[in-house]
Design a protein around this ligand. Structure first.
Ligand code: HEC
Ligand code: HEC
Length: 227
């Protein structure tokens, strides 16, 4: 889990050149900035990261999210609500910010992303620290299981360089963990990423996903849901 220290560290590096250099400097391996965002969102993110999170307070705020993401943060197996438990804190903060600024369309959740309803930037800092500390779903919704080998091969070729050997992602680079996520949710996101509906998608990823058919995306999501 990420502490206020990394928040401050990121902030120092990012304040001036968030869009161009910071992620490059932190991860050392990306040819372009890993994060697709705009200046306002970047400011929101650095503000939330700068604050020292209070996990107990985050637990008190979490019931606001539990009506959809459930008490354990495991959402629903049919993928209507994703697993958020155990996701990297930087990723959670960025997604909240993207949804709030409509850089990611999510009309269902939009009203719940107003900082005023979550306890301001401190509330966002706290609730994301709490969610990141929750155990992931050990048994997420899966696909049919018929093309897992195909999914694995595509993953190794096109996805592993960012999302990691075991789909673990990377907090500092804002790469989401894809482990322990429902197949149906992953498949929906992949189609949206490919078809341009998910505006905040990383450009280099879009290039990889654009090359894939519905069947290949299904195989990928199935493989990922079993990691
Ligand atoms: C009214 C239902 C609802 C509530 C309440 C809600 N969410 Fe969501 N949330 C959703 C839905 C639906 C999605 C997935 C939308 C999609 O498919 O893109 C989502 C997606 C997310 C994501 C993106 C997950 C990912 O893997 O990228 C995050 C992070 C998130 N919610 C956090 C929260 C937090 C934190 C709260 C409480 C402050 C909250 N949500 C409250 C419905 C809700
Ligand atoms: C260049 C790095 C990179 C590559 C390559 C890449 N991704 Fe991603 N991926 C990202 C980033 C960054 C995000 C988060 C974008 C954002 O901020 O919304 C993301 C988000 C996602 C999401 C949404 C997760 C969620 O919780 O909503 C899925 C699913 C995903 N990637 C799957 C894949 C798959 C499958 C491949 C290979 C075909 C792939 N990615 C290749 C960087 C990458």
């Amino acid at each position: 889990m990420i502490t206020g220290h990394l928040g401050r560290h990121l902030n120092r590096h990012c304040r001036r050149r968030f869009l161009t250099g910071c992620i490059l400097a932190l991860t050392g391996f990306m040819p372009t900035c890993a994060i697709s965002t705009n200046a306002n969102i970047a400011q929101d993110i650095t503000q939330a990261l700068e604050l020292t999170p209070n996990v107990e307070n985050g637990e008190k705020i979490y019931p606001l999210c539990a009506s959809c993401h459930m008490k354990n943060g495991w959402g629903k197996k049919d993928g209507s609500f994703p697993v958020i438990a155990g996701q990297h804190r930087n990723v959670l903060i960025k997604q909240l910010s993207d949804i709030r600024s409509r850089n990611r369309e999510n009309p269902t959740m939009f009203p719940f992303t107003d900082p005023a309803s979550i306890g301001g930037m401190q509330g966002i800092s706290d609730v994301t620290a709490y969610i990141a500390s929750m155990a992931k779903d050990p048994n997420p919704g899966m696909g049919t299981g018929k093309d897992i080998e195909l999914g694995k091969n595509i993953y190794k070729k096109r996805c592993l360089q960012c999302h990691g050997e075991n789909g673990q992602g990377n907090n500092a680079a804002y790469f989401p963990s894809l482990k322990g996520q429902h197949h149906a949710y992953l498949l929906r996101q992949l189609k949206w990423i490919r078809d341009g509906y998910r505006k905040n998608a990383n450009e280099a990823m879009v290039t990889e996903v654009k090359a894939l058919s519905d069947e290949e995306l299904d195989a990928l999501a199935d493989y990922l849901s079993r990691l």
